[in-house]
Design a protein around this ligand. Structure first.
Ligand SMILES: Cc1cc2nc3c(=O)[nH]c(=O)nc-3n(C[C@H](O)[C@H](O)[C@H](O)COP(=O)(O)OP(=O)(O)OC[C@H]3O[C@@H](n4cnc5c(N)ncnc54)[C@H](O)[C@@H]3O)c2cc1C
Length: 410
């Protein structure tokens, strides 16, 4: 019987372990933390957006970082397979807006419990508090690894150590060092799906203010790099939230010396004409007030002075003195409120790490290293990164499945 050792008990590692055991191997799952899936439980704000209810082609399209490398993995274990697998292990699922799949309970812990059950049913030996520091090779093949400073010999190793973001969860980039030490190229890790810092100070005065149903565009010179509807929020350093995370790739992967500008349309559901009518109605209704007290029906209170300033007006200007030109300036501030991006937040705060073990050195049909036989990779340690919406977890589960299956059989 082949012995397969899996390093890291995140989603990729747990699926790899379960699948290798199902395929007939003796499996040991090593995790340096004191529990399984420490990052998994914080995903989706504790609700775990476990996958996207989509076919392989759509999954690939939503993984801008080397999505095509994942075709075989998605064919082997796609979104439907994952959903059936989880339901078979007691996790009832629901599909929300944008085909995002969550546990019915809104509890990510239920997903971890389902995976734990799968490991138990497959007789995987789980060893917690087990830190892997080195790979052992014999005649160019993997022969084992060093765990808690002791050698452990085996036939195959699957590295599922994750990326280098949110390091408190255990994803500290160890897999990059393990892979590099046996000759793998590591594409430099960098933040993906990351909040953005702004040059302007005003977002920092509105921490926690969330804007729903707005449109965010990222502009550079006369080019629009990104445009999407959704939710965003202001923070003590700039902007965050789902559409900002999606937009961040265009900043982190951007080229050119011109600055990146975030343009926020606060009223994207209205045409310019409709918004103008709406504004005129409010200005007529509140003509005896100052402008700062006339926009409550259009904007969150804390945002009102910001929009007025952006339009070049004084906040205490009486409404009846507002000229047609000033109304036009207000309209512009409502539909094109601009911020200059000074840069992304650091890698440690990114939802996902771009970069990692080069896909060129991994066989996409098996996830085996092309350099070191017996060595496999799965999950975020590979140079793959997707958008929000469940695509990153699906990539981790699918590559974990394929790596576990192949490691048990080859
Ligand atoms: C706040 C947040 C929210 C997110 N929400 C979502 C979401 O809703 N949907 C989605 O699709 N994606 C989401 N993601 C991304 C997703 O969590 C990751 O892409 C996914 O967890 C990667 O899985 P993985 O198994 O490759 O690595 P990880 O989940 O990072 O697991 C790696 C494991 O390896 C262990 N390990 C590392 N080094 C060693 C070592 N030397 N020895 C032993 N063990 C080791 C670590 O302790 C860890 O448990 C989110 C990420 C964050 C940070």
């Amino acid at each position: 019987m082949r012995t397969v050792v899996i390093v890291g008990a995140g989603p990729a590692g747990m699926l790899a372990a379960r699948q290798a055991a199902q395929a007939g191997a003796k499996v040991i799952l090593l995790e340096k933390n004191e529990r399984l899936g420490k990052k998994l439980v914080i995903t989706g704000k504790g609700r775990c957006n476990v996958t996207n209810d989509a076919d392989a082609g759509t999954l690939v399209k939503n993984i801008p970082g080397n999505g095509r490398f994942l075709y075989s993995a998605f064919a082997a274990f796609g979104s439907q397979d994952l959903q059936h697998f989880l339901q078979d292990h007691g996790v009832v699922l629901k599909v929300e807006r944008g085909n995002r799949v969550f546990p019915q309970s809104d509890r990510s812990f239920d997903v971890v419990d389902g995976l734990r059950l799968a490991l138990e049913r497959s007789n995987v030996e789980v060893r917690l508090r087990s830190h892997v520091s080195e790979l052992l090779q014999e005649q160019g093949r993997v022969a084992g690894l060093v765990v808690n400073e002791q050698p452990l010999y085996c036939d195959a190793v699957v590295i599922c150590t994750g990326g280098a973001s949110y390091p408190a969860t255990g994803s500290t980039g160890d897999g990059y060092r393990l892979a590099a030490a046996v000759g793998h190229t590591i594409v430099p890790p960098r933040p993906a799906l990351v909040p953005l810092e702004t040059k302007e100070e005003w977002p920092k005065t509105l921490p926690g203010l969330a804007l729903k149903n707005v449109q965010l565009a990222i502009l550079q010179g006369d080019r629009t790099l990104f445009k999407e509807f959704g939710e965003m929020l202001f923070t003590h350093y700039g902007i965050s939230g789902p559409i900002v995370l999606s937009a961040s790739r265009f900043v982190t992967h951007g080229k050119g010396s011109q600055p990146f500008i975030a343009s926020i349309n606060l009223k994207p559901a209205l045409t310019e004409e409709q918004l103008d009518q709406r504004l005129q109605r409010d200005l007529t209704k509140y003509q005896r007030k100052e402008i700062k007290n006339a926009l409550d029906e259009l904007l969150p209170k804390r945002l009102i002075p910001i929009v007025i300033n952006a339009a070049g007006l004084e906040v205490d200007k009486p409404v009846h003195q507002i000229t047609r030109g000033e109304r036009q300036a207000l309209l512009l501030a409502l539909t094109d409120l601009r911020l200059e991006i000074s840069g992304p937040r650091p890698l440690t705060e990114a939802i996902v790490t771009a970069g990692g073990v080069s896909t060129k050195e991994i066989d996409p049909k098996t996830m085996q290293s092309k350099l070191v036989p017996g060595l496999y990779f799965a999950g975020e340690v590979i140079d793959v990164d997707g958008y929000t919406g469940g695509f990153n977890l699906q990539a981790a589960f699918s590559t974990g499945y394929l790596a576990g299956q192949s490691a048990a059989q080859q």
